[in-house]
Design a protein around this ligand. Sequence first.
Ligand SMILES: [Fe+2]
Ligand SMILES: [Fe+2]
Length: 182
Amino acid sequence: MFDQTSVSAPTAVAAGPVIRCALFPPSPAHGASVEVKGLIDLILTRYHETHRREFPQAIALARKVEAVHAGDADCPRSLADHLAFMADDLESHQQREEQVLFPMILGGGSPMIRFPIGRMMAEHKDVEEQLVRLRALTRDHSAPPGACATWRTLVNACRKLDLDLHEHMRLENDVLFAPFLS
Ligand SMILES: [Fe+2]
Ligand SMILES: [Fe+2]
């Protein structure tokens, strides 16, 4: 049974679409709709909730580094503001996935579902552009020699956000959404 305690949107649907993907191949013991529910549960717990926890941590680290090292030529400029902008954008995106698109998918979809999916995929491209700027601001997620522990922790946090967001979007685009667009 799908654990609804880990999600913030209603997801109780008895019969979903028959969707096959490489990550969760169909099994005789578990119907395809269970696999789709499992994939959505993974996205919610491993990515949505992780981003919600880790963005504020990275923003706090960036504000601290930018304040303490303001006179250092290598210090990132406007990194905290950029992270805060990304977090706000992402929260809106994730809420619409959780409240609208994921319940539609769990309900079996409809011919109209390609429109919200197209909107989400366009927003994923925006996130990719935001990540390009994030890498520029952090010099490809590197700290200069002799950087303090907070600075090193900050670039490591930004690297993880970058990797997690790419994997999150790849799962949605290529595994969860793709069957509805073919
Ligand atoms: Fe998502
Ligand atoms: Fe998304």
